[in-house]
Ligand binder design. Structure first.
Ligand code: FAD
Length: 559
């Protein structure tokens, strides 16, 4: 029978193995994984730390014996150290439970590489994962999660999380929920770097509300002991509390991953920045060698850029698609990556799909961006709070990307928009989408419909926008008119802005004409709704006018 070897027995590898076995009862499937667990739930690891998942069994409910029942031979503690494409073999260093090691060679007709990534350990003086009596961790394996829970149970009081990406935010949150005094250190200007600043800032604030000291624009430079007390030393940028040394009974390093492709790149598998290059069916440049998951440089569906998309859904889909391609089923290509992602932070949910501003600008794709703050339920539902949406459209009206943050409904809107993006829909289509509505679930004009309407207005030129990130130059070059009510203006105003409430605009046009003196007028209000109405009046009267996208709510979050 055909011999298939799988390297990496988690998301991509086991999706492949399970599908391959369903498609063909006869192929020989051997899975090699260097870890202690097979097919474990990476994404659930944080939630054991604070006890939300009570029983560690749920992190890894399946064992090699479970897979043996499907005639899948899983070998744990088998670290693949070499691949020989000519001999069609992989060599693994196996470690027995008693700790003895021996090398074993496995012959293959096909090999599927799904080795994922190794945690990046930044160059911080005195710090190594697993060092210092287990105080320093990454959060990638079941054992990491068990160890962190162990610290919580044995009375650790302080924690520092280095890296504010998705996993870092989750780690900080669960440690805070477990009662530790937590600091989060993030090098860039905001947590969750793939998010736009205006989507990420509310998340940072929510983490602070949970009691987490969020140090952005700051770098951990050293780990040392002050007497008995371990600390992380901050270089540059002091935190919200002015401290430069953060007490660290526990350190979690969550600074990204590097594809775990060393032995495969050395064997001649083509890579880009360490990530394997594969065709749309998962074939690499070497016959019989396939690759999926976090170790692969995916093609971005919007920008066409090759990049690692380290997410579970794409890894699972790719594993299944490679089994189809290998075993001759009508094989559809692995879908290009949208990078749809979601994260919980306290009571907030932040989610994204498709390209962000930086990716669009890197790929030189011109875009129209709209910001809106609709309510995710009917506005009269007690306690409802706005959802903050950012949506990018191309010049032709096609959706390019979207992000949302809020207490309710962010995940639902982003999933709808991810579906729209996959289908190649544009602003007009978003207006037409027939979405479920009753007062507790949305509005008769759902936030997604509203985003489409706003997109239409921008695309047909009836709405012209200016953006928070240009505030400095706009304030220097334009007459900035705040069209909110006088009371709101008196409470908080943008430096150098003047106030003409939208209702008074028509009768004060002459005054405005004198003040603008033929120059640009830039409008703003609280959310961008009143200033859009004001823009129509001014544009009709011949002014060079534009309305602040998302209003002061976006401006406050973006800057
Ligand atoms: P992995 O699932 O990482 O599996 C790779 C396996 O290969 C590992 O067991 C590794 O030990 C083994 N291996 C590596 N090299 C070798 C070798 N040379 N020899 C033998 N074995 C080897 N994604 C989401 O979409 N949503 C989430 O909420 C989410 N949360 C996450 C939370 C955490 C804490 C983590 C760590 C990840 C999370 N992810 C999430 C990401 C998701 O888990 C990964 O994208 C996905 O597991 C990738 O699958 P993979 O098969 O490529 O690699």
């Amino acid at each position: 029978p055909r011999r298939i070897v799988v390297v990496g027995g988690v998301a991509g590898g086991m999706s492949f193995a399970a599908r391959a076995r369903r498609l063909d009862r006869h192929v020989r499937i051997t899975v090699l994984d260097r870890g202690e667990y097979v097919s474990f739930s990476n994404c659930g690891l944080p939630y054991y730390v604070d006890g939300e998942i009570e029983d560690s069994y749920h992190l890894a409910p399946r064992t090699p014996e479970t897979f043996a029942q499907q005639d899948i031979d899983v070998r744990l503690r088998h670290d693949v150290v070499a691949l020989d494409p000519d001999a069609r073999t992989v060599t693994a260093r196996g470690t027995s439970e008693s700790g003895t090691t021996r090398e074993e060679t496995f012959e293959y007709d096909d090999v599927v590489l799904s080795p994922g990534g190794n945690a990046t350990i930044p160059p911080i003086d005195g710090l190594q994962a697993g060092f210092d009596a287990g105080r320093v961790h990454t959060l990638r394996t079941v054992d990491d999660s068990l160890d962190l829970r162990g610290h919580v149970d044995s009375g650790a009081r302080t924690a520092v999380v280095i890296g504010g990406g998705f996993i870092g935010v989750e780690a900080a949150e669960v440690l805070a929920r477990a009662g530790l005094d937590v600091a989060l250190v993030q090098r860039s200007e905001h947590v969750l770097p793939p998010l736009e600043p205006e989507t990420a800032h509310p998340v940072g604030e929510e983490l602070e509300r949970l009691g987490i000291a969020v140090h952005t624009g700051a770098e951990a430079t050293a780990y040392r002991h002050n007497g008995d007390a371990p600390v992380i030393v901050l270089g540059g940028g002091t935190g919200p509390d002015g401290r430069t040394e953060l007490p660290a009974d526990v350190v979690v390093v969550s600074a990204g991953i590097e594809p775990a492709t060393g032995p495969f790149e050395a064997a001649g598998i083509a890579c880009q920045d360490g990530a394997i290059l594969a065709d749309p069916h998962g074939r690499t440049n070497v016959p019989g060698v396939w690759a999926v998951g976090d170790a692969v440089a995916s093609v971005d569906a919007v920008t066409g850029e090759r990049r690692v998309v380290a997410l579970a859904g794409p890894a699972n889909r790719a594993g299944r698609a490679v089994a189809d391609a290998m075993l001759g089923v009508d094989a559809r290509p692995i879908p290009a990556a949208l990078g749809t992602a979601v994260v919980r932070a306290g009571e907030l949910t932040a989610a994204m799909t498709g390209a962000n501003r930086k990716a669009l600008s890197r790929a030189s794709i011109p875009a129209h961006t709209v910001h809106l703050h609709p309510t995710p339920q009917a506005g009269y539902i007690p306690g409802v709070e706005p959802l903050h949406l950012v949506v990018h459209f191309g010049q032709d009206g096609r959706l390019l990307g979207a992000q949302a943050v809020g207490r309710l409904g962010a995940d639902k809107r982003i999933d709808v928009l991810a579906t729209a993006l996959r289908a190649g829909l544009g602003a007009d289509d978003l207006v037409d989408l027939d979405l479920a509505y009753a007062p507790h679930y949305g509005s008769a004009k759902d936030p997604v419909n509203l985003a489409g309407m706003l997109g239409q207005d921008v695309l047909d030129g009836s709405l012209r926008l200016w953006y928070a990130e240009d505030a400095e130059s706009v304030l220097a070059d334009s007459l900035v008119v705040d069209v909110r009510g006088e009371d709101e203006f008196a409470e908080e105003r943008l430096r150098d802005s003047v106030n003409i409430p939208v209702d008074a605009l028509l009768e004060r046009l002459d005054e405005l004409r004198d003040r603008a003196d033929g120059g640009p007028v830039r409008l703003l209000c609280s959310t961008g709704v009143k200033s859009a109405a004001a823009h129509r009046i001014l544009a009709e009267a011949g002014f060079d006018s534009a309305s602040l996208s998302g209003g002061l709510v976006t401006l406050r979050a973006a800057l």
